[in-house]
Design a protein around this ligand. Structure first.
Ligand code: CA
Length: 230
């Protein structure tokens, strides 16, 4: 089975080479960009399975790229591993808040690189068995279109169902209100959209999820994240 395509956005040529060599040796297809703008363009066009994103880039920096990717419906779900220098601790935190999935501090070994890449890909693309997802006492059965809490089916609207489904598919990652609106309501981004609609439905959903309501985490100024920790 062919492996994922990985896009490396990094301006330091020796790091690009090291990363490309080691990922290709593992069977991944590797795309590279040495500038922020061309990296963004490739992300939109090629839709890689994963992006390795350097923080310090000419033109547009990594934080800005992360923001743009997460706000675009086409690229919001793409997992991102940030590459940082030791001195960029604050940026690292900001990146994770913006929805990056993981980070690596330079210099890193090829072994660490492969391990992180595999871990993120596994976490993001692992398909649940029989279409049933269990998180705490919550059970989501996409085959039967049922959401149950402690074994009892919940009465939820189709929009709430779709919203929960979108959160589950992106579990552990920050999903922006714009992304959720587009995914659940299918609004065009150019239309004057009411992102408050998302907040209202999240509120209703939380009430119905009762003891599991805390799993829908509000990410300030951005959107929501479904927490799948025990
Ligand atoms: Ca750099």
């Amino acid at each position: 089975m062919p492996k994922e395509t990985i896009l490396v956005i990094e301006d330091e040529k020796n790091i690009v080479e090291l990363v490309k060599y080691n990922l290709e040796r593992e069977g991944y297809r590797v795309l590279t960009a040495t500038r922020g703008d061309s990296g963004l363009e490739q992300a939109k066009k090629q839709r890689p399975g994963l992006i390795l994103l350097d923080l310090m880039l000419p033109e547009i920096d990594g934080i800005e790229i992360c923001k743009i990717l997460k706000q675009n419906e086409k690229t919001a779900a793409l997992p991102i591993i940030m590459l940082t220098a030791k001195s960029q601790e604050t940026d690292k935190v900001l990146g994770l808040e913006l929805g990056a999935d993981d980070y690596m501090t330079k210099p890193f070994s090829p072994r660490e690189l492969i391990a992180r890449v595999k871990a993120v890909l596994r976490r993001v693309y692992e398909k649940p068995k029989d279409g049933i997802v269990k998180i705490g006492s919550l059970e989501f059965d996409d085959g039967k279109h049922i959401v149950a809490l402690k074994g009892k089916p919940l009465e939820i609207t189709s929009k709430e169902y779709d919203l929960l489904k979108a959160l589950l598919e992106g579990k552990g990652r920050v999903l922006t209100r714009e992304f959720l609106l587009e995914r659940v309501w299918g609004y065009d981004q150019s239309v004057n959209i009411e992102t408050r609609t998302v907040d209202m439905h999240i509120g209703q959903l939380r009430k119905k999820l009762k003891t599991e309501a805390h799993r829908i985490v509000t990410v300030k100024n951005t959107g929501y994240r479904l927490d799948n920790e025990p």
